[in-house]
Design a protein around this ligand. Structure first.
Ligand code: AMP
Ligand code: MG
Length: 464
């Protein structure tokens, strides 16, 4: 393994210089074993396995944001802008009132006070949606005006209804003939100026911005019905294993349900991808190869498999990938998830996740999630993290460990307690967790009360 990864690293350096977008092929690695005199040890850990952050860096180097597509604005939630949004008009488009009240000339009401009200004749009534009145507000005149209604020419302030003697009538009642103003109003009071939010021609949203509900609102405010966004990555999912039964099949002796493809499809959707289900394949080279070719034919941007990627006698996935493409790296110094593999099937990136359900989910979170986010146009790829105090001691075998935990706030701190057994088959302890607490590589014991980093699983990260 040590020599294999070293040679891969060396071969990759050469091939990156020649063809930066292609993964080094295994053929190159094995065809030139003798020509490497000084293996590059940078990617290695003392155990001969690839470290998590090195693996992630290499993997992410293989992904680019996808091309754009135009979609209706009301389907844009969660997508990423492919182009900057330039305001085609001022917001607000015209001067309007921010209060229900009376539009006035400030000079007329400068001396107003509760003991010395100024009486103005009400010349016009301006509801929201009215055309701006053509008559100019002359001295001594006021206009009754509603929130959002255009200011009449000549008016330079609005006096809220509460600062007048208008007690407010029934809905739809006509305005009084005259109104007493009880307070002065500085110029511009309660007037929303055109373009104070954004000016026509300015950038309202930059390219790369994730579209949340408020961005949908801004797109609509600027009159957009369609928007160019980064295409969603299509992620093919393949479950491998002779023991797998579909959800609709009876469970025979020695069989278990294929749960990974369901969890992985849900994760792909969570991170903005489109899952393409390929079903299950038995532990047979021919069958797995056929499914991989199917994924390529279906236009997958990434292929994710689970199981069959370790050192078992029937683990055929790496062999299948090598036959259809190449393996870039395999085995990570982490727990759970050590046997993860990365490569390409034809030109499509491939991630071979371990079969144990917790390993599959954790390796997906670490490796597939940022790859999907990056293809989807997102710049923020890091998982939300907090510093947590351990409520109990934990042991590790020196691999970077991701422990299922429930993180809760305790005063000014977050406290983490494990949610149960950490075996990589124990999915229920993951369902009780809202975080993965990370024990760094090389650390074998952490005492209760020590502080570690936790990846939060349930924070609204799509808002980042
Ligand atoms: P493997 O990686 O093939 O050695 O599988 C590791 C463990 O994961 C075995 O106990 C498998 O039965 C289990 N496993 C494999 N595939 C799935 C799946 N799709 N859903 C749930 N468990 C699985
Ligand atoms: Mg297996």
């Amino acid at each position: 393994m040590y020599a294999t990864v070293s040679l891969y690293t060396w071969a990759q350096a050469i091939c990156t210089a020649v063809a930066p977008n292609r993964l080094t092929t295994y053929v190159i690695m094995t065809a030139n074993p003798g020509s490497r005199k000084y293996p590059d040890r940078r990617m290695m850990t003392p155990t001969g396995l690839l470290g998590v952050s090195d693996a992630l860096e290499r993997l992410l180097g293989e992904f680019r944001p996808l091309e754009s597509e135009v979609i209706p604005v009301d389907e844009a939630l969660g997508r990423v802008l492919a182009e900057p949004l330039i305001a085609p008009l001022d917001l607000p488009p015209f001067a309007n009132s921010s209060m229900d009240g009376y539009a006035v000339r400030t000079a007329d009401v400068a001396g107003a006070g509760p003991g010395s009200p100024v009486t103005l004749n009400v010349a016009v009534d301006i509801p929201a949606g009215a055309r701006p009145p053509s008559v100019t507000l002359r001295p001594g005149l006021a206009a009754r005006i509603m929130t959002g209604a255009p200011l009449p020419p000549g008016a330079d302030a609005v006096v809220p209804i509460e600062a007048t003697d208008d007690a407010g009538g029934a809905s739809g009642a006509p305005p009084p003939l005259e109104v007493r103003i009880l307070h002065p109003a500085p110029a511009g009071a309660h007037v929303r100026q055109p373009g104070e939010d954004i000016r026509a021609g300015d950038t309202a949203l930059p390219a790369g911005r994730a579209i949340r509900a408020v961005e949908v609102g801004l797109l609509a405010a600027l009159g957009r019905r369609e928007v160019a966004v980064v295409r969603q990555p299509r992620v093919a999912i393949l479950s491998t294993g002779d023991e797998l039964a579909g959800a609709d099949q009876p469970l025979g002796p020695g069989q278990i349900r294929d749960s990974n493809s369901y969890a992985l499809a849900a994760l792909i959707t969570t991170y903005g991808g489109r899952p393409l289900r390929l079903g299950t394949a038995p532990d047979r080279l021919k069958a797995v190869r056929a499914r991989l070719r199917e994924a390529v034919a279906a236009g997958a941007d990434l292929i994710v498999s689970s199981a069959g990627v370790s050192v078992g006698a029937y683990d055929v996935v790496r062999q299948a990938v090598e036959a259809e493409g190449q393996i870039g790296f395999w085995r990570i110094r982490m727990r759970p998830g050590k046997p993860m593999a990365f490569g390409r099937v034809k030109s499509v990136p491939f991630l071979g996740l371990p079969g144990n359900p917790v390993s599959a989910v954790v390796t997906f979170e670490i490796f597939a999630r940022p790859a999907i986010l990056k293809m989807g146009g997102r710049a923020a790829l890091k998982k939300p993290q907090v510093a947590v105090r351990l409520s109990e001691e934990v042991d590790s075998d020196g691999r970077e460990s991701y422990l299922r935990a429930l993180v809760e706030r305790d005063g000014a701190h977050y406290v983490a307690r494990l949610t149960g057994g950490q075996g990589s088959n124990l999915i229920t302890s993951l369902t009780r967790a809202n975080a993965l607490v990370i024990v760094p590589a090389g650390v074998t014991h952490v005492a209760a009360g020590e502080t570690l980093t936790a990846w939060m699983l349930d924070w609204p990260e799509h808002l980042i």
